[in-house]
Design a protein around this ligand. Structure first.
Ligand code: GSH
Length: 247
């Protein structure tokens, strides 16, 4: 079966799906999209404009499209049962899904807003990441339109000072929640790596920029992001460890 991932390389939700595909050993093709260009494509195949989107051929040979990283992981586990990311016991399954929902809703959007708050003001850093994997000719065009794209991104994701500071505060609350969830154990749920660990670690990853993410990050992030994360390395250590061992 040919599985294709439509993505923004920089997107941590797309990283979540790349990790799930690779962890399970599912071969897949990548189609990189540029922010803006993605809208037309997404609207023709799915309910909303967001990526990741995964396509595959069903038994009748028809192409199906899946949107939402959690739904994609559901489909992966149902279709490729080896190396399950969803725990078998109903109790652990419910706990893992709850952690994933927490990661998707209470970590992902805040990491994104807080990181872009710094990154969008530093085109030299963010442009290579935003255009990575794009066709050569599209890169200068995207650069040219970047000021406009940046304003649209700010508007769509509320990347303004007060909202961004609020996201930073929410991340501190999320760290406390994760600490309590781990409390000396290796995993968030049970004795095995699951979609709970994968989702939390992937959605935090832009803060510690692991090489497995596949995007060319700068050695040092611009300020204030750099100092903020440097002061929280202990809070990120568990997720970094999960990357080292399972990504
Ligand atoms: N709940 C979605 C969130 C995905 C998401 O927020 N994707 C962002 C990139 S990080 C996106 O595609 N934004 C552009 C848009 O929504 O048009 C998931 O888990 O897949």
């Amino acid at each position: 079966m040919t599985v294709t991932l439509y993505q923004f390389p920089i997107s941590h939700y797309c990283e979540k799906v790349r990790w799930a595909l690779e962890y399970k050993g599912v071969p897949y093709k990548i189609k990189n999209l540029l922010p803006g260009q993605h809208i037309k494509f997404a609207k023709t195949v799915a309910a909303s404009t967001c990526v990741p989107i995964v396509s595959y051929r069903d038994k009748k040979g028809e192409t199906q499209y899946l949107q939402e990283s959690a739904a994609i992981i559901d489909w992966l586990d149902a279709t490729y049962p080896d190396k399950p990311l969803t725990p078998a016991s109903p109790k652990e399954q419910a706990a893992a899904i709850a952690w994933e929902k927490f990661a998707d809703e209470d970590i992902g959007p805040h990491v994104r807003r807080w990181a872009y708050f710094t990154l969008l003001e530093n085109p030299k850093v963010v442009l290579p990441a935003l255009t990575s994997g794009a066709p050569l000719l599209a890169k200068p065009l995207f650069r040219m339109f970047f000021p406009k794209v940046r304003e649209i991104m700010k508007k769509r994701m509320n990347i303004y000072p007060a909202e961004s500071q609020d996201s930073a505060a929410r991340l501190d609350a999320a760290f406390a929640n994760i600490d309590a969830g781990i409390s000396g154990k290796d995993f968030l749920v049970g004795d095995h790596f699951s979609r709970a660990d994968l989702a939390v670690a992937a959605l935090l990853a832009p803060l510690f920029t692991p090489k497995q993410y596949g995007v060319k990050w700068p050695k040092k992030m611009p300020e204030p992001l750099q100092s903020w994360t440097a002061a929280r390395l202990d809070k990120l250590a568990w997720a970094e460890n999960i990357y080292q061992n399972y990504r």
